[in-house]
Every structure is written in C-alpha cells, then in structure tokens.
Design a protein around this ligand. Structure first.
Ligand code: MSP
Length: 663
C-alpha cells in the first residue's frame, strides 16, 4: 500500500477587494504558487489557500460610490481576482471569501470559543482609527496621520468586545522561544519579540460603527473587526469547525508581506491559543517591491500591473524576475529595465538557448534520438558532478525560501553546460566511429544537464519547463517529477525528442518596455465607456467589475445582460503568426458586415493555414484592444479544455451563413 503523504498547508493573505492585483499582491501569490509546486515535487499532499477579504468600511464606501449593494460589489471583485489569478496560472486549491457562509460560521464559532474560555469581555474604546488600514492607530492623538499610509486618522468611540491580548504576552514569548522558526526572517522575529516584550494591550475585536461585517450572534449591531474576521479565513478554507476531518490544519506556512506580520504572528496565534486550537507552524514575511523607492499604491499612481508584463514577456519571465531579483524577505526595486534585461540574459540566452542548441544538435546528428554516452572523460564527469551537487544545494535553498540563491545555483549549471558545449565543440567532430561516440557522449551529457536544470527550475518556471520536458521526450509530466529521486544519469538513450519551441524569443529592451507601459496605461485608463468608468478607489479593471450593469443574485445574470453580448458567425480569411508572441495568431475574419482583424491565443494548437475558410463564433461588440501591440477587434469563442486550458474553437455541424447572430 502506498505510504500516506505528509500534508503541507500554505496560505497567501486574503486580498482586499477595493482594487485589483498589482505586482505586490502578485509577488506573494507567485511565491505561494512556487512553494506549492515545489512541495508537491517533494511528495507532499499540498493545499494552498488564497482569497478575498471583503468586509469593512472601505468596501462599504466603494460599493456606495459604485451605486450597488456591497454583496454585489464584492462578488464582482472576487470574480475579477479569481479570474486574474487563473489567467496568470496561479491556481490555488482553495479560494476563500470572507462573505462565504462557511467562513461566517467559523468566525462566530472562534469567537464563541474565545468567549467561553474567558478571553472576551465588553468595554468601550476611544481612539484614532485609520479607515484605510481598518485599524486603530496605537498612541495616535487627534489630528495625527496614520503611520502606515500617511492619511488622516479619525477619532472613534465605540462599545466593543475586547480580546484579552494582554493575557498572551508570556504564552506568546514562550511559544516564539520554543519554536524559533515560527517567525521568519530572523529580523522580523526580533522585531516581533521586542514588540511583545513591550507589553500587549487588549484588542477590540468587534465594531458598532461598521455595518458591512460578520454579525456577532445575538449582539447586533456588533460586527467583527476585520482582522478577527480575515485571519480566520485560513481555518475556514480547510474545514472551519470541522478542520480535523480535512486534516490540513494547522497551517504549515502563512506567507505575508512585512506590513502584516504583526497580525499574523501576534494576534492570530493569540486568538488560536484562546480557543485552544492548534497553532500555525510558520509565518514568513517578505519585503516590498518598491517603485521609485516608494511602496506601490494607487493613490501614488505608481502601481505596476502583472497582466501587461505577462502579455509581452510571458508569465515565467515575471515569476523568474520576482524570485530571482531580490533576496526573499528584503525589499526590492521594481524596474521594467531590469526585468527585460533578466529576460534576455537569463531566459532567452540562458535556458532558452541551451534547450534549442541541444535539441538542434541532437536532431542534426542523431535523428532526434537521445544518444548514448560512451567512455567518459574527466571534463564530462566534472559537469556531471556540478549538476549532482546543484540538486542538493537547490533543494536546500528552496527549503529555506532562498529562491534567488536556488535560481543562481540552477543558472550556474546552465552556464557550466554552455561552457562545456563551447569547449567540447561537438559540431566540429566528424563521422568516424571514435568521433561519433565522443559526439554522443557530449550531447547526452548536455541533454542530461538540461533535464536536471529543467526539473529543478519547474517550481519557478512551470510553463517553459513543461515545454523543455516534452522536448526531451519525457513521457510523464514535469510536475510529477519526484525531486527526491532526481539523479544524474536518468536520461534514457534512444528517447525520441519532442517538438522544439522558441521558449523565450529575444526582445528589444526599449520596444518591450514601451509595449508593457502602453498596455498598463490602457488597463489603468481604459477608453471611456460609461459602464466601466473608473471610480476613485479602484483601478480600471476593479472599477469595471464593480460598476458594470447589475448582476442578479449569486452572480447570475438576466437575459438582458446576455443579449448585450453580440456573437456572430465569422469566416476566417487570413491567419498568421505574430513575431514575438508564440501564443497568438493574427486573423482577419469576415463577420458579414465587415472584415475584422482579431488576435486569438490559439497559435500553439492551430496551424494558421488550417483555419482559412473555417467558420467560427465571434464576439463582435467587444471594445477593441491591443495584444502584443497588435489591434484586436473582437474575440473568437473557444472551449478551454483540460488542465492546460487547450483552446478548441466553437463551430457548427451544419452550414451557417456568415454574419448570422447567435442567440
Ligand atoms: N486583507 C489584508 C490581509 C488579510 S490576511 C488574513 C491585506 N490585504 S492587501 O490586499 O492589502 O495586501 C495583501 C498582501 O499584499 C500583503 O501581504 C502585502 O504585503 C502585499 N503587498 C501589497 N503591496 C506590496 C508591494 N508593493 N510589494 C510586495 N508586497 C506587497 O493586507
């Protein structure tokens, strides 16, 4: 019988719904996704949770501005967050919303446990409150600004339920001492320990000044303070009161930004201690990505959005940059220039070049079959040893969340492989028996180096490594590789190579930056469309989600919404690939009344010539937009099939007239 896998439960913060993800949020989620993939490759049964934090004054205000009920506002924003994560390939196992009924029940249950155990009492509180951060500002006087966001605070007096945080000073300090790895990195741990040593004040955990929140049962108008509500989402995502059944709690890793470490390493364990529930194993705080040395924020107008980067350079490029550029735990500066430089040097010239060079040499010399290594020389063994040593080092670095160092070690092997090829020059060897054996040895060795780096880089570069894996003719998916079993020498001679793709086409820096910036501008300031006018509190996409015409209950739409989408039968006239965009085809499509230019993300699955004359379904009334700098005026409808979302074009079994409307 198969051994039961050890579990690993990790979380991202649950994100506020008054805006949509920028690079900062994307960073936390990318890290979580990389850890999730890595842990799976180490044989764990992994669950990753993300979600949306949907209560509080900010949402009340944003919904009011949008002129819709809060429930509808947050439903749209949650959909938009989820859709963006899906688009970016960041797939969590659980997406928890704080308006989910299961979550509401879990918060009420946790409160009851804390109260039954004597850690909750009723009192009054007057203080300065920051409505942007949803927190009272300790020690602030009237007129003071919030130290975190710099905006004015408001004086508030409320009847509250208080949580006896003061009772947990010693238990928390004992806990930090007993589990020195609980707070990471070390610098944050020291910061938190001195904060707790300085004394803990009781914490008000309910509000009467806020309407949009989870009600305290039998105590209306009290609703729960957003952090009591939000932190509990980690538990509700894996079963809430029935967490034992699912077997995932306690969390093994809470990934957070440094701004919210205190909530996670002081309040959260204290709530759980009060309820006598198991405590999480680790809280890891990363630094911020700064833009022009300042924290990104919509109000400063310096946000970097993920979608334009992904559309110009691909998701793997963004993931690589985020994890390679800064030491995890420290702040880093975001710059498009540095991003494209890394893309060209490490991805296009590094991994991409090694893969295409290796494949081309094997194709030319060994009819695309992995050759068999002959007698080995010392230089062959030297690179083999480098790869062997890298396996151990990379796993150790990943375990310590040292992503930049892990990638450095992997890229060290890529550099060694390049150097090996350049010194051995297999292309200069002839066809005598001895030279063929030598050529085979060098190429098998290079391909084996490529296989090792591909497996090791997979958690960070899921898309491109899957392609290299297929190129190396490996039958099982790279996601299924067990890193603990990865050894030098496992590449089987005679394996037929798969299809070669250009993984990372080289790109001109200024052109790439220009394209990214243009797309970002378009996303932040879309062409004025009444239904999508940005509100002050959400960037364009968020605002569009929040202000588009009313949806019915539970996200259902009425027929009048459906009829707003105009779909017609189109016929493809021309189809061509777009240089530098290996997923996109540029099509011209006859829709009856006119010929439209439309870009479709189907290039990896459809040969352009096979499409000419084909009848397709076109959404004809979408606002035109630019994809990779090419105008697209409409959208081709396709089913998204299988785990990779392979597009399959919608079509007809009977003859249909071009231009006919679908109803
Ligand atoms: N809703 C709370 C979290 C509740 S968790 C129980 C929240 N939401 S947030 O949307 O404002 O931020 C979520 C995460 O994004 C935080 O970890 C924060 O540090 C991170 N980032 C936001 N801007 C960032 C950067 N510029 N750089 C890196 N991460 C940053 O806080």
């Amino acid at each position: 019988m198969a051994e039961k896998k050890e579990k690993f439960y990790l979380t991202t913060p649950i994100y506020y719904t008054n805006g949509l993800p920028h690079i900062g949020h994307t960073y936390t989620t990318v890290v979580a996704d990389a850890v999730r993939r890595y842990k799976k490759m180490r044989g764990y049964d992994v669950v990753m949770t993300t979600g949306t934090d949907e209560h509080g004054v900010n949402v009340e205000r944003a919904a009011k501005n949008a002129g819709i009920p809060e429930s509808e506002f947050v439903a749209r924003m949650a959909d938009a967050w989820r859709a963006l994560w899906d688009e970016l390939g960041l797939t969590a196992d659980e997406f928890v919303r704080t308006t989910d009924l299961g979550h509401v029940r879990t918060v009420q249950w946790l409160f009851r446990l804390c109260k039954e155990n004597g850690y909750v009492y009723k009192g009054h509180y007057t203080g300065q409150y920051c409505i942007y951060d949803n927190a009272f500002v300790t020690d602030a006087k009237p007129g003071d600004n919030c130290p975190d966001c710099g905006r004015p605070t408001e004086t508030l007096t409320e009847e509250n339920y208080f949580f006896k945080l003061s009772a947990f000073q010693k238990p928390l300090l004992d806990f930090y001492r007993k589990f020195p790895d609980f707070i990471q990195p070390e610098s944050r741990r020291n910061e938190i320990i001195s904060f707790v040593e300085g004394g803990l004040k009781d914490l008000s955990i309910t509000r009467t000044t806020v309407r949009w929140g989870i009600p305290v049962p039998g105590e209306e108008p009290h609703v729960f303070y957003v952090w009591f509500d939000a932190l509990t989402a980690y538990l509700s995502a894996v079963g809430g009161p029935e967490f034992e059944k699912r077997g995932m709690w306690p969390a093994d890793l809470h990934l957070v930004g440094k701004d919210i470490i205190r909530f996670h390493s002081v309040y959260w364990p204290a709530f759980l201690m009060a309820a006598m529930l198991p405590l999480p194993k680790q809280v890891w705080a990363h630094g911020w990505f700064l833009m022009d040395a300042a924290k990104m924020s919509k109000s400063k107008g310096n946000v970097v959005l993920p979608r334009p980067i992904v559309s110009v350079l691909g998701m793997d490029a963004l993931r690589y940059f985020l994890l390679r550029e800064v030491v995890f735990g420290q702040d880093g500066n975001f710059s498009y220039d540095a991003l494209v430089t890394r893309y060209n040097s490490d991805l296009a010239n590094g991994l991409g070049n090694l893969a295409s060079r290796t494949a081309a040499l094997i194709e030319k010399n060994f009819e695309s079959l992995v050759p068999k290594s002959g007698e080995r020389k010392s230089q062959d063994d030297a690179v083999a040893k480098e790869a062997h040593d890298a396996i151990g080092e990379v796993l150790e670095r990943y375990d310590k969340m040292e992503f930049a160092r892990a990638l450095e070690a992997i890229w060290g092997v890529i550099a060694a492989a390049d150097k090996y090829l350049t010194t051995e020059q297999p292309w200069t060897l002839g066809d005598s028996e001895a030279e063929r054996v030598r050529k085979a040895t060098v190429l098998w060795t290079t391909a084996e180096l490529l296989r090792i780096v591909t497996a090791l880089a997979h958690p960070v570069l899921p898309e491109s490594t899957a392609k290299v894996w297929a190129l190396l003719g490996q039958e099982t998916s790279v996601t299924a590789v067990e890193l603990d079993g990865l050894r030098w020498g496992q590449l089987v001679p005679g394996t037929p190579l798969g299809k070669s793709h250009t993984l990372f086409p080289r790109i001109d820096k200024s052109e790439a930056v220009e394209r990214i910036e243009a797309m970002a501008n378009e996303e932040l300031n879309p062409a004025a469309e009444p239904a999508a006018k940005p509100t002050a509190s959400a960037h364009a996409l968020g605002a569009a989600a929040a202000t588009s015409p009313a949806a019915g209950p539970a996200g259902k739409i009425g027929i009048e919404d459906f009829t707003k989408v105009e779909m017609r039968v189109g016929q493809v006239k021309t189809a061509e690939r777009i240089v530098g965009a290996d997923k996109l085809l540029k099509l011209t499509v006859d829709i009856g009344s006119e010929i439209r230019q439309i870009c479709a993300g189907i290039a990896q699955f459809y040969e352009p010539t096979s499409l000419i004359g084909r009848k397709v379904v076109v959404v004809t009334n979408l606002a035109p937009r630019k994809l990779r700098g090419v105008e697209s005026n409409g959208m081709i409808v396709a089913a998204s099939v299988g785990p990779d979302g392979r597009p399959v074009l919608a079509g007809f079994h009977e003859d249909v007239e071009v231009g006919a409307r679908l109803k």
